[in-house]
Every structure is written in C-alpha cells, then in structure tokens.
Design a protein around this ligand. Sequence first.
Ligand code: ZN
Length: 440
Amino acid sequence: MSAIPTASHATRIALRGDLLDFTGEPGWGDVDTAAVRWRPNHWLLIENGRIAGVQAEAPPEGWERHDHGGRLIMPGFIDTHVHMPQLDVIASYGTELLDWLENYTFPAEIRYADPKCSEAGAGLFLGALLANGTTSAVVFPTAHKVSADALFAAAQQRGMRVVTGKVLQDRHSPDGLRDDVTQAEKDCIDLIQRWHGRDRLAYAVTVRFAPTSTPAQLAMAGALCAADPTLYMQTHVAENRDEVRWVRELFPEARSYLDVYARAGLLHRRSVLAHGVWLDDDDRAALRESGAHIAHSPSSNLFLGSGLFDWNAAVQTGAAVSLASDVGGGTSLSMIRTMADAYKVQAMGGKRLTAWKALHSATLGAAQALMLDDEIGSLEPGRIADLAIWDWAVEPVGRRRMDVARSLHEKAFAWMTLADDRNLVETRVAGVVRHRRTGG
Ligand SMILES: [Zn+2]
C-alpha cells in the first residue's frame, strides 16, 4: 500500500451517514444486485487516514464525531480519463474531434510550456475535481515535461491518487507542442524516476493518440512499458470515424486502430484507453485478453458528436469499462453528470444502464481496472479514506423525487440523474477535508 502523509490526520474520525459502496460487479440490467452494499445510518470510522471499520452504534469517547445522518457517503469518484489543460477549452463550439484539436485544444495546450501556467492550471484542475467529489484520476497534462511535474507536485500536496505522464506527440502537432523521440524518452525516464510510486502517484506512459506519434515513438513508449510492468499506459482509441479512417491510412499494416497499440506493446493490464466507440468484437476480445480497459467518456462522445459507445457489447465480451469525464471534450468534471450522460447514450442504443453499474464503474470497478482496489474505490477497512458526502437532494424537485422513490435503486438512479456539485457537502482525501461546500 502507498505511504500517505501523516500530518494532520492522526485523529480518529467517525462519520455518520448512509454508506453506499460495492463488494462485487453488478450484472448488466440488475437493479437488485447483491454487489451493492447499503448501510444506512451507520458510522464510518477513520483512523490515520484509513478506513478502520463501520458500525451501527456511535463510537466511544476519543473519536471525533461528525453526524451526517440522512446524507449519502460514498467512496470518492475515480475519473479515469481527463485533461488537465483543457479546462481552458471546455464548452467550445462547433467542431468534431480533429478540428476541435486543431482549432481549440492544441493552441491552449501550447501555453503550458510556461511553468507558471502549468502550476496554476494543476491547482485549478485538482481543486475542481475535489469540488465534484472526485478524489482520484488518470490525467493527461500536455507534451511539456513541466506540466507533468506541476500536476504530480499539486497532487502530492493534496495527498491525492493521481496517475499521469508527459504526453507523447512527435508528429501532426503544431510547433510548441511537438516533441521528438530522444528527448521525450529522456523526459519520461526522468519523470518516472522522480514520481512513479512516490506517495500516491504513478506514472502513465501517455501517448496522445496514434496519429500524433511516429512508429518510432510508439515503439519507444512500448519499450518503456516492457521495461517496467508497474507503469500505466494511457491513450485514446477509436473515438471518431474520421480519426479511425486516418489511422487506417497511417498504419495500413495494423488490423485495426486498437491493433496499432497492441503491435507497439502498449496493450497491457495497466492500459487505459479512452473512448473505444468504434471497436469490433476482435478488438473487444483483445481488450479482455490483455486486461486493458476502456475509459468510457459519454459526455465527450455526445458533445463532439463522436458516436454511441456500446457498453453492453463490452460486458458481453468481458472487456472492462470505467467512466471518465474527458474534459475538455466532455462538458463537466462531475462524475454524476457523466453517469447521467452514460445512461442516455445506452438508451439511444435501446439498452438501460442501472445506477449500480454506473456507480460501480466510477468507484470499485475503476479501482479494480487500475489494480488499485486495495487502496481506493470502496469503504472496506484498510482502504485509504477517500470519500465524498452528498445530500440526496438540495432543491424542491429533487426532494420530492426522493420522497416518492419506492426502492433503493429508484432513489439512487434519481439521485444520479438529478444531482450535481450542489449536492456535495464535503470531499475527504485520506480522511482530510479537501473541499467543503460553503453555506453548510
Ligand atoms: Zn481525452
């Protein structure tokens, strides 16, 4: 388990509320799954930043008690694909992926060559995650080494579990954002030595996407992964149809877009691939066999008009799926808004996503996909106390809907569909309050 900062949380803290987490994976469409663990009106005990236990009765003297009776307490959300510098281009009008990158995203990311811009951006970004109840994330900074350094340092200051790495892109990118194989390799090795495995930080070999890396750079990235199997790998795959066509032109030898990564040694147990909208069954089988997983980004897929991800097909093939905001293609850092969009995407395909499947994918499911479930994703004793406390409702329509809900799933689904950051009371990282709603 990771070492965590010890200052300021040597206390014993007890939080009372409706505890909701998962002990297994909910089946597709199963609203009565045994995988959900519901302990209303219980006390969650936190000692030295870790979950120490759960009990119905109030703890004895010596515990600092916080009574959130009637509120929901869940593990902090895990956002498995999000771009730190793209807060600057969130909600940009009028383009699909490739034009969106060229017109908005690349120009914005060039600014992060400036260490001051990167430092300010990292602080703003992590503060915004915490203000949405997200305590862990797999993050793209920019191609600049300073942007990765700034993000690692900011996450370390906050004690957060963050997986990130300098973005690799050595072609089809503007001046100021393009690296080269030799320097990029040096930068990666230096960042890995300084940050990977330090506190709660881990390094991800970060390939922007196949079109912006030469075969030589992809090979270098694959060699980094082969040299250290504890490294993560993150990239994008099969997001948009024009992109898929372009990849086919650039890599005619590959069977599919996903196969470009497989051939470069980039498809493995710690690979996180954003989107995967345009995959076939052979791709899904390759995901299952490698243990790599898809970071489904519904808000981004809708906003950029990329397509409708078939979650059920992934489930049928045994490929793992986590949930991701993909800001700035996505329009909100809120994982609740992301879940609500995920439901709508599945509905467009005639399928129904349960609240349990959605919530699991943003907590325990993501933790398992990242091989971090001994640290995050549940309220199990021994896990680091990363959690969020939510109001079930904060305004009359939400309150009314909660009052008339007849089952736990109905209540949780209505919450997932109606709630947002106004419902968030506080966010704790390793037991320490890192965000608190103003006004109580
Ligand atoms: Zn992305």
